[in-house]
Design a protein around this ligand. Structure first.
Ligand code: MN
Length: 329
């Protein structure tokens, strides 16, 4: 039997032999970590008929309020789980344990751990690691697993997986949009989903403060290397001014990348305690490789990193290194 099928079989067996199962999502949750976790949550409840808890370490962006069972998430800092030891822990869409946030302590002490992901930078931190870097999303990896195990989908499960694929491919626009994933997505529509309705909900509905914060960040954009580098910053003051939350900064860096001369777009975000978070998007340059120099990671055209420095120092440091790297590229 090949290695992949062996892992799938172990996945199936470990759920069957567990009584109490926990599912973990990444910090700053997106459509893929939510979609894949809810899909596996409903499969474990309805198909395997086991006790299962699905965890979140951050606030869920309001745009996902439409998802069925979105109120099922428990917080990883909920004291009732403080001393809980799960038989089985499943992490979805989480490349490194740091991305698990406060959920990590619960995950770490679980008796058996499964890691399901599509990031090529995944560190294989599970007892079983089902990682497919060719998949568009963790949700697509889950879809393949369910297909291999011949588990029937329901409309809800199809919706979760579709939303994960849709959001991680940017509405089937990014380079992870393979022919295969389009075929799989088309089959998911057979469960009675509406592509246009889900696009409307995931991409075309925004809170007023989100759009105003985006406008402000774009107006403050600066340019380097003949406009090949485009960057902007959001300070804690900006966040306060618009009464914005993390989720409202979501697609700003992708908007900056649209500028025709731009190869790399960066968003610097000031956090508390002199921590700066940087989101990078590119058209050609490998930002995942670049981010790894600062302990970050992600995909070739979409990556992130965190620096323990005040925002102005972090900007000088990252932009200096990036200019050098791009000149040599
Ligand atoms: Mn993902």
């Amino acid at each position: 039997m090949n290695f992949y099928l062996e892992q799938i079989e172990k996945f199936d067996e470990s759920i069957k032999s567990a009584n109490d199962i926990a599912i973990f999502t990444h910090v700053s949750p997106d459509g893929d970590t939510l979609g894949s976790s809810l899909a596996i949550f409903k499969v474990i409840q309805e198909y395997y008929k086991k006790n299962v808890t699905v965890f979140i370490s951050d606030k869920i962006p309001k745009v996902y309020d439409f998802l069925p069972y979105i109120n099922c998430y428990k917080r990883t800092d909920d004291l009732q789980y403080e001393n809980k030891i799960f038989d089985l822990a499943i992490a979805v869409d989480i490349a490194t344990i740091e991305r698990m946030g406060k959920g990590f302590s619960l995950f770490a002490k679980s008796k058996f751990k499964i890691n399901i992901d599509h990031h090529k930078s995944n560190t294989n931190y599970g007892d079983i690691n089902i990682i497919n870097p060719k998949a568009s999303s963790a949700s697509e990896v889950i879809l393949d697993i369910l297909d291999d195990l011949k588990i029937e989908l329901t409309k809800d499960i199809a919706t979760f997986i579709y939303v994960g694929i849709l959001t991680d491919t940017g509405g089937f626009r990014y380079d992870n949009t393979s022919q295969k994933v389009l075929q799989k997505a088309a089959k998911l529509l057979d469960y009675g989903l509406s592509h246009s309705e889900l696009c409307q909900k995931c991409f075309m509905t925004k809170e007023k403060k989100s759009l105003l914060l985006t406008a402000n960040a774009i107006l403050n954009a600066k340019f380097l290397l003949c406009d090949k580098i485009v960057y902007t910053a959001i300070t804690l003051n900006d966040m306060k001014k618009y009464n914005a939350k993390n989720e409202h900064t979501d697609r700003i860096v992708e908007t900056l990348r649209q500028i025709e001369t731009c190869d790399v777009a960066l968003l610097f975000k000031e956090n508390l305690n002199q921590i700066t978070k940087v989101s990078l998007r590119s058209k050609i340059f490998d930002v995942s490789n670049f981010a790894s120099k600062f302990g970050g990671g992600g995909h070739k055209f979409a990556a992130g990193l965190t620096i323990q420095k005040p925002i102005n120092i972090a900007m000088d440091l990252v932009l200096g290194e990036l200019s050098k790297a791009m000149k040599n590229d």
